[in-house]
Write a protein that binds this ligand. Structure first.
Ligand code: MRU
Length: 356
């Protein structure tokens, strides 16, 4: 944690010949270590292996990834610079399929490059790319604070709230989406008790969310994913807030595997279920969540997680990393533009405008 009490998930040091530095989130909470990504392969690997993860953070990493990729090109050759931008964008887009922020950031970088006058010299194109990557990063800080401001109004002082996965500072530039709501509530003096689902198989809830909340002095209780129903039944939860990786035009929201189940449980127990996300997480090209690509990950994450084998050799494993919560289970979507309630197709028009 820095002095400003936020987590700088990743940062660019220096100018166009500078460095992309990020927290290696796979090592938390045991070890806090920052790593440098010296080339584009390292950026791709960091995204793929979840050293940097969480939809907005992946987008920011991709923006800076373009700048890393430009360091191997002769910048006096403007055509080579432009073709390298396309090449790097295409490559980074293959790292993970679900979080739309990745594609949103890469499209934005490409659009800016393509919008520069044809006679722009190579160094100017490179400089403009770094400027845009930095803009994506600093904009995310603002978006997350706006989400926090809007979302905290939904939570009563003294509430128990549940979250799934990690949608905190580590998943964004520095403040989070779902956790921004809790941070902002704390900042206006509300006392919350957060229940963090551990989030099998990669334990983002246990390793990252619990760590972030503890660092901020927010009361947190860690539970296994299969305890959420009992905890709700005991009356400990007054609201659920999660992040999202991609939200379709009708409000269907993809998020970490297990989120859909939590939403079903919340519905059964009459608990409001909120999704918090910036405009960059919306994909208005998809009319419903049925078309959101779901990442399928290595079976070993299920059978060999964290140091020991937990399934028999040769067992068949299915390991989807995300699921889609249908809009009808979502009480409201907390966006940087405000809190949006159903019907989403109509009521998301402000967000749609921002995303256009
Ligand atoms: O596989 P991960 O750890 O990248 O999954 C992250 C999530 O599902 C988050 O909840 C989502 O990206 C929102 S982050 C603000």
């Amino acid at each position: 944690m820095s002095e400003s009490n936020t987590t700088n998930t990743l940062r660019w040091e220096g100018e166009t010949d500078g460095k992309l530095i990020m927290i290696d989130q796979t090592l938390l909470p045991v070890e806090f270590k920052e790593i440098e990504c010296p080339d584009v392969d390292a950026v791709w690997e960091a995204i793929k292996m979840l050293r940097v993860r969480g939809a907005p953070a992946i987008g920011i990493a991709a923006g800076y990834g373009v700048c890393v990729g430009l360091q191997t090109v002769d910048s006096s050759d403007a055509a080579a610079v432009r073709s390298r931008i396309d090449e790097v964008c295409d490559y980074l887009a293959t790292s993970r399929p679900t979080a739309v922020n990745l594609f949103w950031a890469l499209d934005r970088m490409r659009r800016i490059a393509n919008g520069l006058p044809a006679d722009t010299d190579g160094p100017a194109v490179v400089a403009r790319m770094l400027e845009e990557a930095r803009a994506i990063d600093s904009e995310d800080r603002e978006l997350c604070r706006a989400i926090g401001r809007h979302g905290q109004e939904l939570l009563e002082n003294g509430s128990g709230v549940l979250t799934h996965c990690n949608a905190g500072g580590l998943a964004t530039a520095d403040y989070g989406t779902a956790l921004a709501v809790f941070f902002a509530a704390q900042e206006v003096g509300k006392q919350l008790h957060v229940y963090a689902d551990e989030t099998r198989p990669l334990l983002q809830g246990a390793r990252l969310t619990a760590w972030e909340l503890q660092n901020r002095g927010i009361e947190c209780t860690l539970i296994c994913d299969n305890m959420a129903a009992q905890v709700m039944k005991e009356g400990r939860i007054q609201a659920v807030v999660t992040g999202a990786d991609r939200i379709a035009a009708n409000g269907d929201a993809a998020n970490k595997i297990g989120t859909y189940g939590v939403a079903v449980l919340a519905k059964h127990h009459g608990i409001p279920f909120y999704v918090a996300a910036p405009y960059s997480t919306f994909d208005f090209s998809l009319s419903s969540g049925d078309d959101i690509p779901i990442e399928i990950r290595d079976p070993k994450e299920v059978t060999h997680g964290f140091g020991r084998q937990t399934g028999p050799d040769g067992i068949d494993v299915y390991n989807p990393a995300f699921d889609v919560t249908p809009a009808e289970l979502i009480t409201a979507i907390i966006t940087d533009r405000g809190v949006v309630r159903p019907p989403y197709v109509e009521n998301l028009s402000d967000v749609r405008e921002a995303a256009a």
